[in-house]
Ligand binder design. Structure first.
Ligand code: NAD
Length: 327
């Protein structure tokens, strides 16, 4: 198959080339898929896209008009794709449902430790040869209550890490998983989770039920000083409400790998064309926020898994077969 790969970055291209070998002809662009770039894919059989690409209805219609019948997502999340329109058009869409959940879970733990143990401030002090410790006091995770929203693949990997620290883990998920219960985790209501947790980590997908799941009413129920970790999707958290809770010291901290309006910011170099986003500036200015630019998946193992499944989906479609990862 001829495959046009949008949002291709140097860190992933070798993994995709290795997974494809001679099977497919891959064409790479660092441009994001949108109504203005969709025509770049002309002459190809398929496109491969990432989370910042736009596969909304008009874009899918443009791809379809150019003869493209397959969209391979290099992500687990598919909230950027209009699946009902794809279905209507007969465009196959497949995702990478699982790839090293440890990459994301370990990054969530890294963010938590970095914020709680003030690693970035500590490093800055060392750089300036100031060895005072007064602003660097954290707390033990051991013995704390950690609430998990979404006990799927990544949520379970994060639960294991937290149990390793000696935390008491509770969870909310509309589906109760026996493996999670066997790990000693209790499922509780959303309200109980907000009320009881010292640390809350979000691992649910973004959909109509979870959009803005964490807004003012939920933040008001949380323990004073609680820490929120979001490595799922930015849209699950209302950033303005989160900042209000942080700035009023109701919330102790936020560890974020994703941001509501990340599409116009992340994955690109904006040093010479700064994006004006006062909400983002407020986040960055808050000393109780640690923020990374959607990099939780960035491990060798995850990139290998993403590339292999992306290509496997294309292998099936090239043979006219259905892929098990079709959405
Ligand atoms: P998964 O499908 O294995 O698990 C998701 C879980 O969320 C399921 O158990 C589901 O029942 C639960 N859920 C659904 N609605 C819910 C709700 N309203 N409240 C609580 N739980 C709910 O998915 P996963 O592989 O664990 O990934 C979780 C999310 O992580 C993905 O949807 C994606 O958005 C995000 N993600 C982020 C990165 C990153 O780099 N930051 C990488 C991969 C995935």
């Amino acid at each position: 198959m001829k495959v046009y790969i949008f949002s291709a970055h140097p860190y992933e291209i070798p993994f995709l080339q290795k997974a494809s070998g001679e099977k497919h002809e891959l064409f790479f662009t660092d441009k994001k898929l949108s109504v203005t770039t969709a025509e770049l894919a002309h002459g190809n059989d398929a496109v491969a896209i990432f989370t910042a690409d736009d596969a909304s209805s008009p874009v899918l219609e443009m791809l379809h008009a150019q003869g493209i019948r397959c969209v391979s997502l290099r992500s687990a999340g598919f909230d950027h794709v209009d699946l009902s329109v794809a279905k209507k058009l007969g465009v196959r869409v497949g995702n990478v449902p699982a790839y090293s959940p440890y990459s994301i879970a370990e990054h969530a733990a890294a963010l938590l430790l970095a914020l709680n143990r003030r690693l970035i401030q500590g490093r800055r002090l060392i750089d300036s040869r100031d060895f005072r410790l007064d602003d660097l006091v954290g707390f033990d995770i051991h013995g704390k209550t950690v609430g998990i929203i979404g006990t799927g693949t990544i949520g379970r990997a994060f639960i294991n890490i937290m149990l390793g620290f000696g935390a008491n883990v509770i969870a909310f998920d509309p589906i109760h998983n026996e493996t999670v219960i066997a790990m000693g985790v209790s499922y509780v209501s959303q309200d109980e989770l907000f009320r009881l947790s010292d640390i809350i980590s979000i691992h649910c997908p973004l959909n109509e039920k979870t959009r803005q799941l964490i807004s003012r009413p939920q933040l008001e129920k949380m323990k004073k000083g609680a820490i929120i970790i979001n490595t799922s999707r930015g849209g699950v958290v209302n950033t303005t409400d989160l900042l209000d809770a942080l700035e009023s010291s109701r919330l102790g901290g936020a560890c974020l790998d994703v941001y509501e309006k990340e599409k116009s910011l992340f994955f690109e170099d904006h040093r010479s064309n700064p994006v004006i986003d006062p909400l983002f500036d407020r986040l960055v200015a808050n000393k109780n926020v640690i923020l990374t630019g959607h990099q939780a998946f960035l491990t060798i193992e995850a990139l290998t898994g993403i590339a292999e499944t992306t290509i496997k989906n294309l292998d099936h479609w090239a043979k006219g077969e259905r892929s098990a990862n079709e959405l």
